[in-house]
Design a protein around this ligand. Structure first.
Ligand code: UDP
Length: 379
């Protein structure tokens, strides 16, 4: 460490921490970034295997409709023209995602939007749902029984470890449903994968900022108390407070990655396995994110997993109990003032990357206004 005094200590070298560190440098503030992992980039970390950028903590596809955010990320990397068009595999039957005319035509042999709407309407009427009370009812209302049974039910129950009748309708609202022949998974204006991988992008954001890896906040604080007047903490808020109000719940994931001696295993980057019996939810073939032409390929099977303390927390389980508990921790943080919680874990939210960046920019605005004021006071 260069000196014992920094304006901001940022805990977490992932996307959120890196954006805040970059903004600190821009504002002329001294930031120190620490991360408990042996590498930067958090869950967007990519590492090269067989010349292919492998997304070690799950596939990340950048997409946004916010032009300033698109321009912001393009400062750090060139984005390729990848468009996400995943495939669903239901007991070997193949469908296009998201739900669109290609899906409907394969499911029912229909050809026109009117025919597809009529089919969904017929199944919707049979389900007789006005105000959906849970994910199952929401799905039946949106796309009818066939699509629910083949493309939603099994996948969702594997993913969340609960019955679709016990899950909030909001989860399924993320998925587009459209009556045109268009397999683009996202409705956003801008989309792509950073050429060279996400690690490089984050590295560029962090250029010129001091980063300590393999360093937990607890150990660091014990050795260097009060290193900075302000702390931005991108880890779980309940962990920060020693779980003394109770534990927040998460869903976890397990990844199995293998190198295969074939140039093209599944013909697309993402295949969702939507039946209940296949134990994984999806297989990622990483080279297709970057139109790779390597002789071999790397695939990752993604298995949903219950979360126990010590496991990687991937998804917040934002039901009423957890929300209320989070609010209690947050109230304490706001009272104490010195630590700001940021990012997917700190804010206990599901964030797409663009939303994480937008939120990080807001945290930076807020924290740096204070940091500059503290600096002026000290003069
Ligand atoms: N989903 C589904 N079938 C699919 C893909 C997604 O039913 O083939 C549902 C599932 O409930 C999932 C949610 O849509 O949790 C959001 O999926 P998405 O792929 O957008 O989320 P990700 O896990 O990739 O962030």
């Amino acid at each position: 460490m260069e000196s014992s005094r920094y304006d901001v200590l940022i805990v977490g070298a992932g996307l959120t921490g890196a954006v805040i560190a970059y903004r600190a440098r821009e504002a002329g503030l001294r930031a120190l970034v620490i991360d408990k992992r042996p590498h930067i980039a958090g869950n967007v970390y990519t590492e090269e295997v067989e010349g292919i950028n492998v997304h070690r903590y799950g596939a990340h596809i950048f997409h946004t409709s916010d032009r300033p955010t698109w321009e912001f990320v393009n400062r750090f990397a060139e984005f390729n023209g990848y468009v996400n068009s995943p495939i669903a595999n239901y007991h070997g039957e193949i469908y296009n995602l998201p739900f669109n005319m290609n899906t409907f035509s394969k499911m029912w042999g229909v050809a026109t939007p009117d025919e597809a709407r009529a089919k969904i309407e017929e199944q919707r009427a049979a389900a007789n749902i006005d105000e959906p009370q849970n994910l199952e009812e929401q799905a039946l209302k949106l796309v009818g029984r066939d699509i629910f049974e083949k493309l939603i039910k099994g996948y969702t129950e594997k993913q969340w470890g609960r019955d679709c009748t016990e899950l909030p309708a909001s989860i399924i609202k993320r998925l587009p449903c459209r009556f045109i022949y268009d397999n683009n998974y996202f409705n956003d204006r801008f989309q792509g994968i950073p050429v060279g991988g996400y690690t490089k992008l984050v590295q560029r954001m962090l250029a010129g900022t001091e980063v300590l890896l393999d360093t937990t906040y607890r150990d660091f604080e014990a050795e260097h108390p009060d290193t900075a007047a302000q702390v931005v903490y991108c880890g779980p808020i309940d962990e920060f407070y020693g779980y003394d109000l109770g534990q927040l719940e998460y869903r976890s994931l397990r990844f199995e990655t293998e190198v295969l001696d074939t140039p093209n295993y599944q013909g697309v980057a993402v295949v969702n396995y939507t039946d209940r019996e296949t134990p994984w939810t999806r297989i990622i073939e990483h080279k297709h994110f970057e139109f790779g032409t390597q002789e071999r390929t790397v695939v990752t099977r993604e298995y949903p997993a219950d979360w126990h303390p010590g496991d990687e927390p991937y998804y917040a389980v934002t039901d009423d109990r957890n929300r209320a508990l989070y609010e209690k921790y947050l109230a304490r943080a706001n009272e104490q003032g010195k630590v700001v919680f940021a990012g997917r874990l700190g804010e206990y939210r599901y964030y797409d990357m663009d939303k994480a960046i937008i939120a990080a920019q807001k945290v930076a605005d807020h924290v740096f206004a204070r940091a500059v004021a503290l600096k002026d006071d000290a003069k």
